[in-house]
Design a protein around this ligand. Structure first.
Ligand SMILES: Cc1ncc(C[n+]2csc(CCOP(=O)(O)OP(=O)(O)O)c2C)c(N)n1
Length: 302
């Protein structure tokens, strides 16, 4: 028999469900071309985003990329403000001034997001350096992709952060995709663990999209960064199941034909955190959570 979930585990599961449901809602409106700006849905990133948001204490800072939707939703805890921001409305999380690719939300710990690949890593190093100089508590988490890590600032950030012992986590989201190219189509493999090892940065791999495992791995890494005053790097293997962002050259608008009508699960593989949760918590509890999020958020977006 499955062990009952603790209250904290229930919260984490609920968050993954909400992130999926809210992203479905965004995706439905993306299909209807309701956004005037490019938005990057992150269906497949929910387990990691929920765990990252949950590991953060109020003194921690988060630095994101163009694909920041799941993280901003997790930090905001609501669809409305992020949706309004994507509509460039004054009711948005940043007053409609930042839109999607650069959406930061300082009151919720999201200090900076960048649409320029690699550019957020030096910014994160600066934030971590400020913490060190001012003896402020907490650490900095910076996201990057398997495409963005091809930029020079990734390597420079590893060397710089290790040299001056910055408390930060460099988190690579490896979705084997940079716009319309896979890794093998565009470059040699990069062994991130070996690269980090070469400069003495601890490395942890994440795979499987189990939010419970991700949260405990992130908690361990946060302690390591703080206690040993070191940057740490993690590489998560995941899928951006919705592909890049709407009509990107090389991709059809919606190659998987993702539709909320077909349910919250999009892909019956471990690339889909909702499918992983279904296996983990069982069909009955899965239905319970689905019904809860569908009923509580049904009227959020017109
Ligand atoms: C310096 C720079 N070069 C190129 C681009 C164009 N561009 C935008 S997103 C993207 C793909 C990024 O891939 P990755 O970092 O793996 O993130 P993903 O979109 O897969 O989440 C590219 C090449 C850019 N924004 N900045």
């Amino acid at each position: 028999m499955r062990k009952a979930l603790t209250d904290q585990e229930r919260q984490l599961v609920l968050e993954v469900f909400r992130l999926r449901y809210w992203q479905h809602r965004m995706n439905e409106d993306l299909k209807k071309k309701k956004f005037k700006i490019p938005i990057h849905v992150a269906i497949g990133h929910e387990a990691l985003a929920a765990a990252v948001s949950r590991v953060m204490l109020k003194e921690d800072q988060l630095v994101l990329t163009h694909r920041n939707m799941a993280y901003n939703l997790a930090r905001a805890g609501t669809l409305e403000e992020v949706y309004a921001e994507y509509q460039l409305s004054p009711a948005g999380a940043a007053g409609g001034k930042l839109g999607s690719m650069n959406l930061a939300d300082r009151k919720r710990g999201v200090v900076y997001s960048s649409s320029v690949l690699g550019n957020n890593i030096p910014v994160a190093c600066g934030l971590a350096l400020a913490k060190q100089v001012k003896r402020d508590p907490g650490f900095v988490i910076v996201l990057t992709g398997d495409g963005a890590m091809e930029e020079g600032p990734f390597y420079e950030g590893l060397v710089f952060s290790k040299t001056i012992r910055l408390r930060m986590l460099i988190l690579v989201e490896n979705n084997d995709m940079s716009m319309s190219s896979t890794i093998s189509q565009r470059r040699c493999d990069i062994d991130v663990q070996a690269l980090c090892g070469s400069v003495g940065i601890p490395f942890r791999a994440l795979r499987g999209n189990d939010p419970f495992e991700y949260l405990s791995a992130l908690r361990a890494v946060r302690s390591l960064a703080l206690e040993q005053e070191t940057p740490v790097c993690m590489e998560a293997q995941l899928g951006s199941i919705n592909q890049h962002a709407g009509p990107t050259p090389g991709w059809p608008t919606d190659p998987k034909n993702i539709s909320l009508e077909r349910g919250l699960v999009v892909e019956e593989t471990d690339r889909d955190p909702l499918f992983v949760l279904k296996q983990r918590i069982g069909e009955e509890l899965f239905e319970e959570f689905s019904n809860q999020v569908l009923s509580e958020s049904g009227s959020m977006v017109s």
